[in-house]
Design a protein around this ligand. Structure first.
Ligand code: 48F
Length: 260
């Protein structure tokens, strides 16, 4: 059989567009495909929820690939090893309570499991705004990251979501868009974005699951963004909190989606 160049191009364009149209209305739209966003997506998709994850970069996995300072190992504490086991990620005990896994194996396995469970990841797309309906966020405003990078004046497209998850890491971009455009109305002590505090892994990891919750009607926060919103320390290359946070937000959303 002779290969037809145009058929190859049509296959790509048509199949991508089918996916894009299918995921223009979702149960949950996740912003950021770092470890927290991927784990959130996995647990939602496993329960047959329609989930799209939008990632600005070409690569999926956010800050996990590089381990700590490019030593590509990550540390996970005891309480999160059950999640590594569930995904099938290999790890070994370094000292009592400290477990180590390969960051490349971890990112690739989390990503593969999330995609195979049904979470649709769109890379190279940046979320530049939210869609608002009355006092609630009801969707996301998207543009190609290439447009953002080139600073081209091109209007975006919009998707509808019952719920949005901000898993954009340190920058907590969705929370910041809400404060900038709607005001100091986050579910924090002051309503403002409180901002992450300096490194303190023990406090950061103990707080992150509690911080992983709704921050504005229709918007949940997961991962490092959760600590940034609530003014809690960062934790560096220990990743148990990211996994537990993603799982927690998925559980909260599954309960909300069931009752809505
Ligand atoms: O930064 P990131 O890995 O966030 P996370 O899942 O994990 C944090 C850890 O990597 C590390 C840490 C652990 O100790 O502190 O930093 O909370 O992944 C966030 C992803 O979101 C993407 C960004 O490119 C990254 O891959 N992202 C950020 N803003 C946007 C976005 C946006 N506006 N639109 C699309 N993607």
């Amino acid at each position: 059989m002779k290969l037809d160049d145009i058929l190859i191009s049509k296959a790509i364009a048509e199949e991508f567009m089918k996916d894009f149209l299918k995921f223009m209305e979702v149960d949950v739209a996740i912003v950021g495909a770092g470890p927290a966003g991927i784990v959130t997506g996995y647990y939602l998709a496993r329960k047959k929820r329609k989930v799209a994850i939008f990632e600005r970069k070409l690569s999926i996995g956010g800050g996990m690939w590089g381990g700590g300072m490019m030593f590509n190992k990550i540390v996970v504490q005891e309480s999160a090893t059950s999640i590594l086991k569930e995904f099938g990620v290999n790890f070994r005990e370094y000292k009592k309570g400290y477990y180590v896994s390969d960051s490349i194996e971890t990112v690739s396995t989390l990503t593969s499991k999330a995609v195979k469970a049904g979470a649709k990841i769109f890379n190279l797309i940046s979320v530049e705004d939210v869609m608002m309906r009355k006092e609630r966020i009801a969707g996301l405003v998207l543009n190609w990251s290439a447009v953002e990078m080139a600073k081209l004046h091109i209007d975006p497209l919009t998707i509808r979501a019952k719920f949005v998850v901000d898993s954009t890491g340190h920058s907590a971009e969705i929370a910041n868009i809400i404060v900038r455009k709607i005001g100091k109305k986050l579910f924090t002590k002051t309503g403002d974005f409180l901002g992450e505090k300096p490194m303190w892994a023990d406090v950061a990891e103990k707080s992150i699951v509690g911080n992983s919750r709704e921050i504005y009607p229709g918007v949940y926060v997961a991962g490092m963004a959760a600590n940034a919103v609530f003014g809690t320390p960062r934790m560096g290359p220990i990743f148990g909190g990211m996994l537990l946070s993603g799982k927690r937000v998925a559980e909260l959303l599954l309960a909300r989606l069931k009752s809505s």
